[in-house]
Design a protein around this ligand. Structure first.
Ligand code: GAR
Length: 217
């Protein structure tokens, strides 16, 4: 295997997606190594877990910075210190400046709990319930300057059942997130998912039986 890609996970809260990435990355053949967990919120639950696991963890509290660019400069210097090559946003709830996004172009990925391009932004599950869709899911994509946009690497679908609330749907989608995010990071870190004219081309064998693409029903 080529050298593992040095990966940072950025969080703002609970960090359950971070856990799924950290756990997946423990496999000897996983192409990404988690070298840093960074949070913009000191009280984020995920920070305590990362520290417990002995992972290098930094908090860059956005409240200490007047401008977004200043916050990002401090974050960038932590990323530089750890020699980070790839960033996985995992419930990181800050918009990045176009400069930062451009610096990390095709090296920064995000997970969003909807089948993009539907239901961007906050209250995604409420949006799905309100729209009456029968299939919902999650998306891993390369980050672009526009919120919740960018070339799609992987998606997973789940049914919306009658009687679902935003909460019950969120639980079902989160299970799919934990399955699809480690698989998507694997593809990116292995160099098997690359952008071509703003669409992702996957070079490994992707068939309908690939677990990445089968619905998590
Ligand atoms: C996840 O559902 C993730 O998809 C979502 O926040 C949650 C974080 O949970 N991200 C976004 O909405 C980004 N636009 P976690 O902290 O337990 O991973």
């Amino acid at each position: 295997m080529n050298k593992k890609k040095r990966t940072a996970i950025l969080i703002s809260g609970r960090g359950s997606n971070m856990r799924s990435l950290v756990e997946a990355a423990r496999a000897p053949d996983y192409p990404a190594e988690i070298v840093l967990v960074a949070s913009n919120r000191p009280e984020a639950e995920g920070v305590a877990w990362a520290v417990e696991q002995g992972l290098p963890t930094v908090v860059v509290d956005h409240k200490n910075f007047a401008a977004r660019a200043d916050f990002e400069r401090t974050l960038q210097s932590a990323l530089d210190t750890y020699g980070v090559e790839l960033i996985a946003l995992a419930g990181f709830m800050r918009l990045m400046t176009p400069d930062f996004v451009e610096h990390w172009r095709d090296r920064m990925i995000n997970i969003h709990p909807s089948l993009l391009p539907s239901f961007k932004g906050l209250h995604t599950h409420e949006q799905a319930i309100a729209a009456g869709v029968k299939i919902a899911g999650c998306t891993v994509h390369f980050v672009r300057a526009e919120m919740d946009a960018g070339p799609i690497i992987a998606q997973a679908a789940v049914p919306v059942l009658s009687g679902d609330t935003a909460e019950t749907l969120a639980v079902r989608i989160l299970k799919a997130e934990h399955r699809v995010y480690p698989a998507a990071l694997r593809l990116v870190a292995a160099g098997e998912a690359r952008c071509d004219r703003e669409k992702v081309v996957i070079s490994s064998d992707v068939s309908e039986t690939n677990p990445l693409y089968s619905p998590a029903i």
